[in-house]
Design a protein around this ligand. Structure first.
Ligand SMILES: Nc1ncnc2c1ncn2[C@@H]1O[C@H](COP(=O)(O)OP(=O)(O)O)[C@@H](O)[C@H]1O
Ligand SMILES: [Mg+2]
Length: 445
C-alpha cells in the first residue's frame, strides 16, 4: 500500500479549491450582471423603437431621439444631422439639445465625402478622437464636428445607406464612454435609422398628397374659368354693341352740356359707370379671345425684365424700390411672349396697388429641375389666409370700390395653365405676398 499520509496537505488543497470556486463565482456573477445589463439595454431599445416607430412627424421624432440619447447615456448634449431634402446628398445638422456649442446649426457634410463614407463602413459608434486619428488628415469635415463639441459620433444607417449622424457631447459624470454605452448606442442607432427613414417616407408621401390636392384645386378653378370664358364671350359681345351706342350718344350729350348745367353731375356719373362697364367688357373679351399669338422660345428673365421696365416710372412715383434678381441663361420655355407679359403686368399692377405708401418689390427668376420659375414679391399687407384659395377665381376682388374687376389673376391662371405651368400665391414673413409662376422646360427633340 502506498503511503497515504496526506493529512497535512489536505487543508491547503481545500483552500486552493475554495479560492478557485470563489473566483469562478465572481466571474459568473460578473457575466450574469453583464447579461442582465444587456437584456435591460435590449429591452430599453425595444421600448424606445416601439415608441419612436409610432412617430411620423420628423420634428417630434428628432426631439425624442435626442432626449432619449441624453437621458439613457447621461450626456450633456446631443445633435443630429439628417438629409433635409431627399437626393440632396448632404447630411445637415438640423436639431440639437442640451449643452452644446451654439454653432451646430447648418453644419453639413457630403454623403459621398470621406467622413460619411467612413461612418457608413464603420456602422458603429466611434469616439471623435479616434475618428480624428483615422481620417482627420483626409477631410476637414471632422473639424466641423469639433465645432459642435461632439465627443462620440454615431452613424445612423439603414440598408447600407447613411440616414443620419447622431453626435453626443461628453458625459455629465465626466467619466469616459464605456464599451456598454457604445454598444447600446450602436444597436439603438440601427433602430433609429429605420424610424428616421420611415418618417421621411411619410413626409414625402404627405408632400406629394399636398401637391396632388393643389393640382386638383387648380383643375377645378380652370374648369370654372373655361365655363366663364364661353359665357363671358357671349355676354361681352352682347353688351359691347349697345355699349358702343350709349357711348356715342354720351359723347353727343357732352357737347351740349357745360359744367354749370344742373344735369352735368348726372352726366358725369353715367360716364364713369359706362367706362367701368367698358373696362370689364374689355377684360372679359381679352380673357376669352385666344389671341393669335406666336408661340416662341422665350427667356423668362427677359420678359419679366421688360415688363418691369414698362412700369418703372409708375413704380418709382409710388416710392417702390425694385430689386431685380433675373439671371440670364435660364433654360428657355415655349410660350407666347405677349401673354406672359400680360401675366407679369397683372402681377406687378397688383403689387403696386398693395403698396400705396411705397415699399419693396422683388422680381426673381430661377430654374429648378425641369422648370423655370418667376416670382413677384411685394411688401404689402399680404393675403388673408381665407382668401388664398379664392383670389384666382374670376371676379373675386377686395378692391370693388376702387374699380377692381377681380379678373387679373384668373387671366394669369388661364395663360400660365396653357403653357402647362402653375401659378400660386403665398404670404411672406414679416409681411407681403409673393406670386410664383412655374413653367416646365420642354426638352428639345
Ligand atoms: N400682391 C397682392 N397682395 C395682396 N393681395 C393681392 C395681391 N394680388 C392680388 N391680391 C388679392 O387678389 C384679389 C384678386 O386680384 P385680381 O384678380 O388681380 O383682381 P383685382 O386686382 O381687380 O382685384 C385682389 O382683389 C386682392 O384681394
Ligand atoms: Mg388686379
Amino acid at each position: 500500500m502506498p503511503d497515504f499520509d496526506t493529512s497535512e496537505k489536505l487543508p491547503e488543497k481545500v483552500e486552493v479549491l475554495r479560492q478557485a470556486v470563489e473566483a469562478k463565482i465572481t466571474q459568473l456573477t460578473e457575466a450574469n450582471r453583464a447579461h442582465r445589463r444587456k437584456i435591460f439595454d435590449l429591452y430599453t431599445i425595444f421600448e424606445i423603437s416601439r415608441h419612436l416607430n409610432g412617430m411620423l412627424e420628423t420634428e417630434s421624432l428628432l426631439d425624442s431621439i435626442l432626449l432619449t440619447a441624453i437621458g439613457q447615456i447621461g450626456v450633456s448634449g446631443a445633435a443630429i444631422a439628417i438629409e433635409k431634402n431627399r437626393e440632396e446628398g448632404r447630411l445637415t445638422f438640423v436639431k440639437a439639445k442640451g449643452i452644446l456649442s451654439s454653432r451646430w446649426e447648418g453644419i453639413s457634410c457630403d454623403k459621398g465625402g470621406v467622413l460619411c463614407q467612413f461612418l457608413l463602413r464603420r456602422n458603429q459608434a466611434i469616439l471623435l478622437k479616434e475618428l480624428e486619428e483615422k481620417i482627420g488628415g483626409q477631410t476637414g469635415e471632422v473639424e466641423k464636428l469639433k465645432t459642435v463639441e461632439a465627443e462620440l459620433v454615431i452613424p445612423l444607417s439603414v440598408k447600407n445607406r447613411l440616414e443620419g449622424i447622431l453626435v453626443l457631447a461628453g458625459k455629465i459624470s465626466g467619466l469616459p464612454f464605456a464599451e456598454n454605452d457604445t454598444e447600446f448606442l450602436s444597436i439603438l442607432a440601427n433602430q433609429l435609422a429605420v424610424t428616421v427613414e420611415n418618417a421621411r417616407l411619410y413626409e414625402m408621401e404627405k408632400n406629394s398628397n399636398l401637391q396632388l390636392r393643389e393640382t386638383q384645386n387648380q383643375l377645378i378653378r380652370l374648369e370654372k374659368l373655361a365655363a366663364l370664358g364661353e359665357l363671358s364671350a357671349t355676354i361681352a359681345h352682347e353688351v359691347n354693341n349697345p355699349l358702343g351706342i350709349i357711348k356715342n350718344y354720351l359723347a353727343l350729350i357732352s357737347q351740349e352740356l357745360t359744367p354749370e348745367d344742373p344735369n352735368y353731375p348726372f352726366y358725369q356719373v353715367i360716364k364713369e359707370e359706362v367706362d367701368r362697364i367698358a373696362k370689364i367688357v374689355r377684360q372679359l373679351l381679352d380673357f376669352y379671345r385666344p389671341k393669335a399669338e406666336e408661340i416662341a422660345s422665350v427667356d423668362l428673365s427677359r420678359i419679366l425684365d421688360e415688363t418691369v421696365v414698362l412700369l418703372e416710372k409708375q413704380l418709382a412715383s409710388s416710392n417702390i424700390e425694385v430689386v431685380k434678381n433675373l439671371p440670364r441663361h435660364l433654360p428657355k420655355i415655349e410660350a407666347s411672349p405677349a401673354q406672359l407679359k400680360q401675366v407679369f403686368l397683372n402681377l406687378l399692377m397688383n403689387a403696386r396697388e398693395v403698396m400705396p405708401e411705397g415699399g419693396r418689390l422683388e422680381v426673381t427668376t430661377r430654374s429648378e429641375n425641369g422648370y423655370v420659375e418667376a416670382e413677384v414679391a411685394d411688401s404689402g399687407e399680404g393675403i388673408p389666409p381665407e382668401n388664398l384659395e379664392k383670389i384666382f377665381e374670376p371676379f373675386f376682388t377686395t378692391k370693388r370700390e376702387k374699380g377692381g374687376t377681380g379678373l387679373g389673376l384668373s387671366v394669369c391662371l388661364g395663360i400660365v395653365s396653357k403653357t402647362g405651368g402653375t401659378i400660386r400665391a403665398r404670404n411672406r414673413t414679416p409681411k407681403g405676398a409673393a406670386f410664383i409662376v412655374r413653367v416646365p422646360v420642354k426638352e428639345k427633340v
